[in-house]
Design a protein around this ligand. Structure first.
Ligand SMILES: NC(=O)c1ccc[n+]([C@@H]2O[C@H](COP(=O)([O-])OP(=O)(O)OC[C@H]3O[C@@H](n4cnc5c(N)ncnc54)[C@H](O)[C@@H]3O)[C@@H](O)[C@H]2O)c1
Length: 367
C-alpha cells in the first residue's frame, strides 16, 4: 500500500516540500491510487446514490452528491420541525447550487436529499436516541450537492457512480470524469447488470487500473452486503482500498470477478425466472411457490414477492441484457431468457409494488 497522504494536508496552506514532491510523483505515475479516502463523490442522487452518500457521510467522509437535475437535489423542508434553526444543510452546501422549488409528491421518493433526510433520522433514532437532531445534523453536514460535474471531481479520492443503468451514458460520464479528476482518484460503478470492464474502457489505461465495481444493495443504509468487483485491469491496491473503505462504511464486502450479475444477481435472477416458468408450466401457484421457499428454504421472501419488490421491468431489463451476453457464452441462454408471462406483465405496465400490481395486487395496500 502507498503511504497514506491525507487530503486535508493537501489543502493546507503550508503543504511541505516533501508532500508536494509526493503528490507530483503520484500524478506522474501511470496507475497510482490514493488509498487514503476522505472525500467521496457520488453521481446520481436517486435511490442508490442517496443511500451511498448517506452511509459515506455516516462514516465521516466528506461527500459531494452530484446529479444532472436540481430536482434530485432539492430539499423538502416540511420534514423538519424548525427549518430556520435546524437546517439539514451545511454552510458549504447552502453555497452549492441548491434550489428550493416546491417539489411534487411524485418527485419525493427519488429525490436524494429527501431520501437521505428521512433515512438518517431513522438511523439517528437507533444510534443516538438521546441526540437525534445532533446526529442527523452531523451526518448531513458532511454532504454537499452540486450539478457541476467538473467541480464535483476536481478534488476527490473516490467516485461512486449510481446513475441510470445505461452503458452509453455511464461510459460518457466516466470518459469525461477521467479527464477532470486527479489521476489518483478511484472510480467505481454501482451497476447491477452491466460489465465493469466495458464501462471502464471509456477511460485511459492508467485509470482502468483504478477502476472497479462497488455493487451496493437496496436499501443501502440497511443492507450489509457490498460486492467489490475486480476487472482484469483493476490493481490490487484499488481493490484493497475499496474493500477497506466499504468496511468503514459499515458494510460487509465480498470479492467477485467481473462476471454477469456478480454473485447475488447471478444466482437470484435465474432463480426468479425459473419460478415464473413454474407457473407457466402449471407446476404450482405463485402463492404456493412463495410459501414453499419461505418455509422450506428459509428465504425471507418468496421469488414472486421479490420480483414485485425489485420491479418486473428491472428484472426483464437485466434478463434482456444477459441474453445478449449469452451469445458470447458468458451466461447460459436457457437460464436468462425472459419468460412470456414476465414480458406480458411488463407490457401491461404491471411492474410490481411500484405500479400497484405485479404478480400480486397491492391496490388494497395489505400485501
Ligand atoms: N434500485 C436498485 O435496487 C439498485 C440496486 C443495486 C444497484 N442499482 C444500480 O444503481 C444505479 C442507480 O439506480 P437507482 O435505482 O438509484 O436509479 P434512480 O433512477 O433512482 O437514480 C438515478 C439518478 O441518476 C441521475 N443521473 C442520470 N444521469 C446522470 C449523470 N450523467 N450525472 C449525474 N446524475 C445522473 C438521475 O437524474 C437520477 O436522479 C443503476 O446503475 C442501477 O442498476 C440499483
Amino acid at each position: 500500500m502507498l503511504p497514506a497522504l491525507a487530503r486535508t494536508s493537501l489543502r493546507a496552506s503550508h503543504v511541505s516540500a516533501a508532500a508536494r514532491t509526493a503528490v507530483a510523483a503520484r500524478h506522474l505515475s501511470t496507475s497510482q491510487v490514493n488509498s487514503d479516502v476522505n472525500r467521496v463523490t457520488v453521481f446520481g442522487a436517486g435511490l442508490m446514490g442517496a443511500g451511498i452518500a448517506q452511509i459515506s457521510a455516516q462514516a465521516n467522509l466528506k461527500v459531494t452528491l452530484c446529479d444532472v437535475t436540481d430536482k434530485a437535489l432539492e430539499v423538502e423542508w416540511s420534514g423538519w420541525t424548525n427549518p430556520g434553526s435546524c437546517s439539514p444543510l451545511s454552510s458549504r452546501t447552502r453555497q452549492a447550487k441548491v434550489t428550493t422549488r416546491k417539489i411534487k409528491p411524485t418527485d419525493i421518493d427519488r429525490n436524494g436529499l429527501n431520501i437521505i433526510s428521512k433515512s438518517v433520522a431513522r438511523v439517528a433514532k437507533k444510534k443516538a436516541p438521546e441526540d437525534v437532531e445532533g446526529f442527523t445534523q452531523r451526518v448531513l453536514a458532511n454532504i454537499e450537492t452540486t450539478t457541476d460535474t467538473e467541480k464535483a471531481v476536481s478534488n476527490t479520492d473516490l467516485v461512486v457512480e449510481a446513475i441510470i443503468e445505461n452503458i452509453k451514458i455511464k461510459r460518457d460520464l466516466f470518459g469525461y470524469l477521467d479527464k477532470k479528476a486527479p489521476a489518483s482518484t478511484i472510480f467505481a460503478s454501482n451497476t447491477s447488470s452491466l460489465s465493469i470492464t466495458e464501462i471502464a474502457e471509456a477511460c485511459s489505461d492508467a485509470r482502468q487500473a483504478n477502476f472497479a465495481g462497488l455493487h451496493f444493495f437496496n436499501p443501502v443504509p440497511a443492507m450489509k452486503l457490498v460486492e467489490v468487483i475486480k476487472t482484469d485491469k483493476t490493481s490490487e491496491e484499488t481493490f484493497k482500498t475499496l474493500y477497506e473503505i466499504t468496511k468503514k462504511m459499515g458494510k460487509v464486502p465480498v470479492s467477485c470477478r467481473d462476471t454477469p450479475g456478480f454473485i447475488v444477481n447471478r444466482l437470484l435472477v435465474p432463480y426468479m425466472l425459473e419460478a415464473i416458468r413454474m407457473i407457466e408450466r402449471g407446476d404450482a401457484t405463485a402463492e404456493d411457490i412463495d410459501t414453499a421457499m419461505k418455509l422450506g428454504a428459509g428465504y425471507p421472501m418468496g421469488p414472486f414477492e421479490l420480483l414485485d419488490f425489485v420491479g418486473l421491468d428491472t428484472t426483464q431489463y437485466i434478463a434482456d441484457g444477459w441474453v445478449e451476453k449469452a451469445k458470447d457464452g458468458a451466461v447460459p441462454l436457457e437460464l436468462v431468457t425472459p419468460p412470456q408471462v414476465l414480458k406480458d406483465l411488463v407490457k401491461k405496465g404491471e411492474l410490481g409494488r411500484k405500479s400497484g400490481k405485479g404478480f400480486y395486487d397491492y391496490s388494497d395496500a395489505k400485501k
